[in-house]
Each structure stands twice: as C-alpha cells, then as structure tokens.
Design a protein around this ligand. Sequence first.
Ligand SMILES: Cc1cc2nc3c(=O)[nH]c(=O)nc-3n(C[C@H](O)[C@H](O)[C@H](O)COP(=O)(O)O)c2cc1C
Length: 211
Amino acid sequence: MTCEIIDKLQWRYACKKFDNTKKLSEEKLTVLKQAFNLTATSYGLQPLKMLVISSQKLKKALVPLTHNQRQVADCSQVLVLCTETQISSHYIKEYFDTVVSLRETPRDVLQPFEDFLTNDFSKKDSSQINIWMAKQAYLALGNLLTVCALEDIDACPIEGFEPQKYDSFLNLTEKGLQSVLVLAVGYRADDDMFSTLTKVRRGTEKVIIEL
Ligand SMILES: Cc1cc2nc3c(=O)[nH]c(=O)nc-3n(C[C@H](O)[C@H](O)[C@H](O)COP(=O)(O)O)c2cc1C
C-alpha cells in the first residue's frame, strides 16, 4: 500500500493541458467535496468554503482572471478555495453549537474553550486572521491534491490568478468570502508534454534531517 501511494504521487503532476471532453463523474466530485470537508483545520473552525464551477461559460470567463491559464477553461471543474471575510464571535459560537449537537457535549464543558477562542480572535487584527485562514486553505489544497492522485484525477493547483477579480466576478464578497486558491480538476490531454517530464525534487537526502 505504501508503495502504491508513492506511485500515485509520482503519477500526479500539475496538469497544464486538460482534455476538455473528459468530465469527472458525480461520484468523483462527491469524493472531492467530502475530502474538502474532512480536511483538518486549526481548532476545527473550518473557516473555508469551496466553489465548484462546472459551467463552461463561467470557466471560460475565468481565463483572463487567471493570467490566461487555459486550464481553468479546459478542466472538468474549477474549484475555488475561499476563506471567510471575518471570524466573529457568532461564527465561533456556531462551531461550538455544532459540537454540542453532534457530540452531545455539555455546553459548560466547552465554555472555557469557547471563551478562550473568542478572546484570542478578538485580539488579532484582520490581516493576522487572513493569514491564519489562508494557511487552512493551503491545507485543504494539499489534501485535495493527494486525494485527486489517489482517485486518478488530474489537477492543477493555481496561485496565478487575481483574487479580487474572482471575488467580484463570482460575487464572493456578498457571500462573506474571499478567494485564496484555485484548483482545476479533470483529466490530462494525451499531448500534455508535462505529463511525461521527470519530477524535479531536491531529494530525500537533502530535505530530510534525521536526528
Ligand atoms: C500553491 C501552488 C500554486 C501553484 N500555482 C500554479 C499556477 O498558477 N499555474 C501552474 O501552472 N502551476 C502552478 N502550480 C504548480 C507547481 O508549479 C508544481 O506543483 C511544481 O512545479 C511541482 O511540479 P508537479 O506538481 O508537477 O510535481 C502551483 C503549485 C502550488 C502548490
């Protein structure tokens, strides 16, 4: 099994050319949605949402907002990883309400932790909170990339896009969201020359330190 995972991670690459005739099945999309939701996040607060864009018209319109990278038009779905625009005490309270209802934990057991988080977040400015939330989005991206590899789905992680233009074009601000990362998913084109290139990595002997 371990070797199988390494083989899959060798197989995956940042897809530069998708076959626009091949689409992900509903089952595969469900796996990606569940994997996104199951991503571990700091404190479990999940300050994230993911847009799943299947509309060809919308995908095509994203190309100029993505430094003209064609992957967003030719892939099967564009996933836009977003963070909340703010973390309010109400947001934190809702998280603890969910813990109470799902785990039946008595509220008074959770109250000190809720008070700690509410106080901690109230002391941070919005840029500190944005940095913390973006880190959670990157965790989700890593999780999705691995799940894509395991599910034989091709993907291209994309930082090369204009977040503010995405936010306005996709009406994210009015949803209380801001775009952080893009992930194009689908299936590689037979003639994507990047699929056969040797992986460039520094090597375990350079990146691992054993003590
Ligand atoms: C956070 C992140 C952002 C990236 N943004 C882009 C991008 O905008 N366009 C692109 O073609 N590749 C992008 N890549 C792909 C990387 O260039 C690629 O993963 C890296 O060169 C390693 O190659 P491999 O993934 O094919 O093994 C991004 C990768 C990551 C992790």
